[in-house]
Design a protein around this ligand. Sequence first.
Ligand SMILES: *Cc1c(COP(=O)(O)O)cnc(C)c1O
Length: 238
Amino acid sequence: MNNVSNLNTITTALQATQASIAEAVTKADRVQNSVKLIAVSKAQPASALREAFVAGQIAFGENYLQEAIDKQQELANLAIEWHFIGPIQSNKTQAIAQHFAWVHGVDRLKIAQRLNDARSGKTPLQVCIQVNVSNEDSKGGVLPDEVPALAEAIHHLPNLTLRGLMTIPEPTNNIELQHQQFRILHRLLKQLNQQGFALDTLSMGMSNDYAAAIAEGATMVRIGSAIFGVRPQRSIIN
Ligand SMILES: *Cc1c(COP(=O)(O)O)cnc(C)c1O
């Protein structure tokens, strides 16, 4: 199979993305390396992840469980840190808790409890609460008002470590609106920490809006198409 030019494209795009993140960090007067890049590899073949890993990328984000498990088996010899960033169905919690280091989209207590039950005997699962900052019905996430109670409940689950908040805002090219939405999440994290939590993670920013997210305090950006190009059509439903 001839995919050498493809592979070079991934390495080049990854380096360009890293440079652009560093630039946004500098522009925001933030400490270098304070933003971690999660390479979102959903719908990409294992060969694409391997190339990014060889180029230095460690953390990968996947949305679809079965697709992710297949790639994990194929790439088992690589020390990848796996992040589950997709919507979580309750019948998938067992496998998600077993196969990932991080879960970004926790949006109800029942899911948190099931992840906790399935994680016993291992290091705690690192989790973020997904927050709906756009008041859209279609997107997952709890409303800002509901976050403190859910955070408190998750805090008591021994096999989960609550690290912070995650959001997928309404997509928009309006830069000011991007900033406003990310600012809501940052403000919420500060409030929780004032109430006694010690949360260090703001998972926000994708290919189209990560500069704004970094300016507003993102500590993790989840970037797919800017690294891997336009996603191939998915053929598997899981
Ligand atoms: C697909 C996806 C991303 C990456 O999106 P791009 O626009 O390709 O960068 C980030 N976060 C989540 C939750 C996603 O589903």
